[in-house]
Every structure is written in structure tokens, then in C-alpha cells.
Ligand binder design. Structure first.
Ligand SMILES: [Zn+2]
Length: 678
């Protein structure tokens, strides 16, 4: 409720919290290069040091984090002399102790966070305001500040320096697991960003998220040019997800499907162009004819100003917050590099090359021709969401619901059935019991999610929403997806050799396993769903949806490049840029497939507004899933899943080579498309 009030009273989310101008500390490195060199030379005198390179690297890294409040340059020099560990055996002992303590800190903080959020996340009855306050409280917010103040952070940085992604990529294949774990320790302290700047960035994203979460279109109030209503009275769709899903749902509607799809696309265009009348957003009181853009109140046409570029102001707010952090992140001084080289660990240029290479593939136009034949008309821009290749279960929905509601009346019934599901997928009884024993199933208040543990001894949580009547098929399908996440989380925590290697390279890798599980949901219910041409159709579906998600990912990246080239731009200028970028990407890769030019549809995604530069991860998730499925065919599924996910947090390309023997590539998809198309 609180959130809604902010928007209604203020109208413009950028002004929701007027923060007073506050001096943010400027990043001025106080340790000169000369001092760094002098300290390095002194330390090199120590006879015990085997790897001389790590001295210079460690001193430089620690110096990059040292601030005036930590002491003078002389203090820094004295600190390095005292704390640099020359003997390799002692350095390993230091590493073991730090690993153990980090597991305890991260593990307990994660446990506390789960506890504090429980009354909000779980269906625990009535919530009070105190529940919301605890849920929003971040128990680990001051951890890094503390570790700098007590100098633990500098002791780690000096002895376990940060390796750039390029340096990691060059590490020898004979590099041991322990050596990789030590490199991961260097990642813990990559930069020292003031907490207020971090919080400002989180706030900008949260505000954008509120803007998006309130952006509903009252479909029952839409009218054709002739004043006809074509959507049901109470249909309210959130932009863009629900609008997109309604386009998908109407492929099966022979009578009015096309008319509805065209109207939804017009609504989307008006949102992207920001000529949507402000009064029709989230408002059931007026009627709107999207094609003429006329608005009616009590059957009388009224004048309505357009939404004043609020959509693009959100992106500008995110950009300004990111820009403030840049100076404190010397290794990765743009959000583009922090998201790609940092979080994803795949450089931006590599992502772009993969996407544009795929989008130029001649196979895509051939899929387009197949779709045109199936639809009996030429392609329209919104056919980027064509979903007629999806295999529909031959079993009616209510039969599936009946099966899952009986089998899973409550979360504990699902939990009790997990060992059987795993054994059906090939795990031994012993192993199935072990994995299931590390997962607990909770009743979610909202939609489901999977939340892993951060230390051994704690369980991963599978959250699922089960109505009084039992788990319906849709809920079951999502629960099986989350179960896949839990299997990754358990394998990559409990069966990993070094704590600092726990996890996966990035979110795309855990999503891949979640989707692999999800696609086996019917089999786990004991239903075989082999329809003729199923594999061929599913390949065409993958090929087509990958094109769409890569397209929007490219637009997202180009928007941020443009922002960095035009840092002072206004929301109106950004809007013009987004429109031209969306059309540019469309014309380069989609127009040749669709035969239509200058379409802005790729600018509609909500992620671009509230979750900057995340879209590319979806493409990677799909590619990784496909490569894993190809690899798993004909092999022992459970053994391979265990082996692959016990690699932990390697860099993405090394992980993929370890998993399937090759790097991340779209070639397997293209090969299979060739077969499906011929
Ligand atoms: Zn997921």
C-alpha cells in the first residue's frame, strides 16, 4: 500500500524522495605509484617468495582500496611489510582460515536474512508493519565497512589480489582447484564503493520497479475506432509481461485473435513512444481508443496529456546512480563492464559477437516462412512472440490439475515426494535421500522461488504457493523448476571441494538446470507426452525465441552505450535514442526476416527500465540449457548433472568446457535447426 501512495501523491517517481545534496567522498588514491613500487621492491627481498609477480599485484590491489581514513602512505607501507605473507605454506593456512570464517559469516547472514523475511515471504498469517521493517533490514550492510576498519580486508587484498577476467581467462588449464579458489578470494574485494552510493543505486532500481509494477492497462476499457469493446470487462494487464502473454494466448483464437493482437501492439507502441495518455495508465475510470488515441470520460471525449517520458526518466535515474559508482571501481569503471566482465564474466564484446552472429543466421528467415505458412498470413512485428511451436499436452488441463492437487495437498507432500522424483531421474536411493535431505519446502505467500543455503549444515528452501484445494498443475510446473535450482544449490555447496568455489558462474547456469528439470515435469507425474514432431517443433521454438530475446538484449546494451556517450541527456533525448536504437536493431536483423521496416517493438521490455543490463542473461540461459540437453542425450542424467554442477563457480567458458567439452556456442542450435528445417 505504501508504494502505491508514493506514486499517486507524487506522480513523478524521480521526486519521491528528495535527498538533500550530500557530499560523497571523492575517490582520490592516496598511495602513489612510487610508494607502491618502493614497497614492492622491499618485499621482493624476502627470500621465501616463490611467485614474485604476486607481490606487485597484491600491493597495487591493497593500495587501490586504501583511503585517507585508513592511515597515511607511511602507515600503508608499514602495514604491507608486516602483513605480506612470504611463505607459501603459511599463505595456504591463511586461506583455509579465511574460507572457513567467510562461510560462517555468509552462511549465518543468509540464515538471519531468511528468518527476518519469513513473515513476508511465507504464508504465516497476518503481517504487521514490524514484519516489513525486519524484512527490509539488511543484516550484512556494514560487513565490508567493518572489514576495512579492522584491516582484515587489506590483509586479504594484499595476499590474494584481484585477477581481471582477462587474466583469469589466461590461467593455465593445469591450474589447480585450490589455486582457482584462491583467485575467487581475490574477487571478494574487487572495489570499495561507499555504502551511500550502493544504496542510491539500489533505490533507483527499486523506484523503477515500483513504476513498472503499477503500470497496468485496463483492457476492458479499450475501444476500437468504432467504439467496440473487444476484451473482457475485468481483464487488467501489466506491461509488458501480461500484454505479451495475451498476444501469445491469442494465436489459438481464430475469430478475434488477430484484432486483439493488433490492438495490444498499438498499446505497446504508445508506451514506447510515450504518446500514451497519462490518464489511461492504471485507471479504470476512462475509456481509451488506442488507434485514434482518444480518451472518453462519461462518454464524452476529454483532452489528456501524454505520459511525460517517465519511462525514460527511470533509466536516466539508474544511469546517474551507476555513474556515481564508476570512479570507485577503477578495474570496471562503467556499469557495462561491471555487469558483463564483472557479474556475468563474459566481456560485452563477446556477448555482442555471439548475438549478432546468431541474428544474422539464414535459418531465422526460414523459421519465419514456416510460421507464415502456419498462420496463413504475412508476419507482423509481434510475431516475435509466436508460440505455436510449443508442445501442448495431449492431456486436458483439468486432468493434470486433478493429478497434482491429489498428489500434493500441501508443501510437505511435495517435500516427501522429492526422493522419488530424483530416483525417477536416475539418482540412487542414497544420493536422492542426501540431496532431498538438504531441501525444505515452504508455503510461499507470493509466487514461488528457490533460496539456497550459504553454508553447510543449512538447507536450501523451495518456496511454492499451494491453495487450500492443493497444488494445481501450473504451481507444480513452477515447483519443479525451483526444485532444479535447489539441486544446483545443494550440489554446488555440499559437494564442492573449496567453499570459495561454491555456486555457479552466473545466474544463467542455474536457470539452465531449473529449465531442464521443468521440462521433465510430466514425466515425473508418470505421463509420457511424446507427440509427433515434438522435438522438431521444440527446436524451431528455441530458435525463434532466442532471436527475440537476443534482440531485446542488444537494444538494452546499445541504450547503455548511448548513455555513456551522452551522460547529460534528458529523458526526452533518451526516448528519441531508444526509438532509433530499437528500429536500428529491428532493421538490421528482424526486418529481413519479417519483411517490415522501422518497428520499435524491441524497446518494450520492462527489464530495461527496472533491471538494467540483465536481459542478456536470458539468452545465455537458453543457450546453456540447449548445450547441456544435447550433451545429456544418451548419457547417465543424474551422474552428469552431479559432475557438471560440482564444478562450482569457475569462469563461464571453463565451466562449459568442463561440462560439455566446448565453449558456450549457438552452433549446436543452428545445426539442429538445419535438421528441423529440412
Ligand atoms: Zn529460475
Amino acid at each position: 500500500m505504501k508504494r502505491i501512495l508514493i506514486i499517486l501523491f507524487c506522480g513523478f517517481s524521480a521526486c519521491t524522495t528528495p535527498t538533500p545534496e550530500k557530499a560523497i567522498p571523492n575517490f582520490n588514491p592516496i598511495i602513489s605509484e612510487m610508494t607502491i613500487n618502493q614497497i614492492t621492491d622491499t618485499l621482493k627481498q624476502k627470500k621465501e617468495v616463490q611467485d614474485l609477480d604476486r607481490i606487485g599485484k597484491g600491493v597495487k590491489h591493497a593500495a587501490s582500496l586504501w583511503r585517507i581514513e585508513d592511515g597515511s602512505a607511511a602507515d600503508f607501507a608499514a602495514f604491507c611489510k608486516l602483513n605480506f605473507i612470504a611463505k607459501e605454506g603459511e599463505r595456504e593456512l591463511f586461506f583455509d582460515k579465511v574460507s572457513k570464517n567467510l562461510e560462517s559469516i555468509y552462511g549465518h547472514f543468509n540464515k538471519i536474512t531468511l528468518d527476518l523475511k519469513e513473515n513476508i515471504d511465507l504464508n504465516n498469517g497476518k503481517t504487521l508493519d514490524i514484519d516489513k521493517e525486519f524484512s527490509a533490514y539488511s543484516v550484512g550492510a556494514h560487513l565490508l565497512d567493518d572489514l576495512y576498519a579492522n584491516k582484515i580486508a587489506f590483509m586479504i587484498a594484499l595476499n590474494f589480489p584481484y585477477y581481471t577476467l582477462e587474466e583469469k581467462g589466461k590461467l593455465d588449464h593445469s591450474f589447480s582447484r585450490k589455486a582457482w579458489a584462491m583467485v575467487r578470494l581475490g574477487d571478494v574485494l574487487v572495489s570499495r564503493v561507499p555504502a551511500e552510493l550502493q544504496q542510491a543505486a539500489i533505490k533507483a532500481e527499486a523506484d523503477a520497479d515500483i513504476y513498472i509494477s503499477e503500470y497496468n492497462i485496463e483492457m476492458g476499457k479499450l475501444r476500437t475506432n468504432m467504439g467496440k469493446q473487444i476484451f473482457p470487462d475485468n481483464l487488467v494487464l501489466l506491461s509488458h509481461w501480461n500484454l505479451r502473454d495475451e498476444i501469445k494466448a491469442n494465436y489459438g483464437n481464430k475469430e478475434t485473435g488477430l484484432e486483439k493482437q493488433e490492438m495490444i501492439y498499438k498499446v505497446m507502441e504508445r508506451i514506447i513512444n510515450q504518446d500514451i495518455p497519462e490518464k489511461v495508465i492504471n485507471n479504470p475510470q476512462v475509456l481509451w481508443a488506442p488507434f485514434t488515441n482518444k480518451v472518453f470520460e462519461n462518454n464524452i471525449e476529454i483532452a489528456c496529456p501524454a505520459e511525460p517520458d517517465r519511462r525514460y526518466q527511470q533509466i536516466i535515474n539508474n544511469f546517474k546512480a551507476a555513474k556515481a559508482i564508476d570512479a570507485f571501481s577503477p578495474e570496471m569503471n562503467t556499469l557495462l563492464s561491471r555487469k558483463f566482465s564483472g557479474e556475468m564474466e563474459i566481456p560485452l564484446e563477446e556477448v555482442e559477437a555471439l548475438f549478432t552472429g546468431y541474428l544474422r543466421s539464414p535459418q531465422l528467415a526460414k523459421i519465419g516462412t514456416v510460421i507464415e505458412k502456419r498462420l496463413g498470413r504475412s508476419l507482423r512485428p509481434y510475431d516475435i512472440w509466436y508460440d505455436g511451436f510449443k508442445s501442448r499436452s495431449a492431456i486436458p488441463q483439468h486432468d493434470l490439475d486433478a493429478k497434482t492437487t491429489t498428489r500434493y495437498p500441501n508443501p510437505k507432500a511435495f517435500e516427501a515426494d522429492m526422493p522419488r522424483m530424483l530416483m525417477q531421474l536416475g539418482w540412487s536411493k542414497e544420493r536422492a535421500d542426501f540431496l532431498s535431505g538438504k531441501i525444505t519446502v515452504d508455503p510461499a505467500r507470493g509466487s514461488g522461488h528457490a533460496w539456497g543455503a550459504s553454508m553447510k549444515g543449512e538447507k536450501a528452501h523451495l518456496r511454492t504457493r499451494i491453495p487450500e484445494t492443493g497444488m494445481d498443475y501450473k504451481g507444480y510446473n513452477i515447483a519443479v523448476h525451483e526444485f532444479g535450482h535447489n539441486i544446483e544449490q545443494t550440489n554446488s555447496l555440499y559437494n564442492i571441494d573449496y567453499y570459495l568455489l561454491n555456486g555457479v558462474p552466473n545466474t544463467a547456469f542455474t536457470e539452465a538446470l531449473a529449465f531442464i528439470f521443468q521440462s521433465r515435469d510430466l514425466r515425473l507425474l508418470g505421463i509420457s507426452n511424446n507427440q509427433p514432431d515434438q522435438e522438431k517443433l521444440s527446436t524451431l521454438d528455441t530458435g525463434w525465441s532466442l532471436m527475440e530475446i537476443m534482440g531485446v538484449g542488444l537494444v538494452d546494451m546499445k541504450i547503455w552505450k548511448w548513455l555513456y556517450a551522452h551522460p547529460e541527456s534528458t529523458a526526452a533525448e533518451l526516448k528519441t535514442a531508444v526509438l532509433s536504437i530499437s528500429k536500428e536493431v529491428w532493421n538490421a536483423y528482424f526486418a529481413p526476416v519479417f519483411g517490415i521496416k522501422d518497428q520499435p517493438i524491441l524497446g518494450i521490455y520492462s527489464h530495461m527500465i527496472s533491471n538494467p543490463l540483465y536481459l542478456a542473461a536470458y539468452s545465455y540461459g537458453q543457450i546453456i540449457e540447449f548445450q547441456l540437453e544435447e550433451h545429456l542425450a544418451g548419457k547417465n542424467f543424474s551422474n552428469e548433472i552431479d559432475r557438471i554442477y560440482q564444478q562450482g563457480k569457475m569462469i563461464p567458458q571453463r565451466w562449459m568446457e568442463g561440462a560439455v567439452g566446448t565453449k558456450i556456442s549457438v552452433q549446436p542450435i543452428l545445426n539442429k535447426l538445419d535438421k528441423a528445417l529440412n
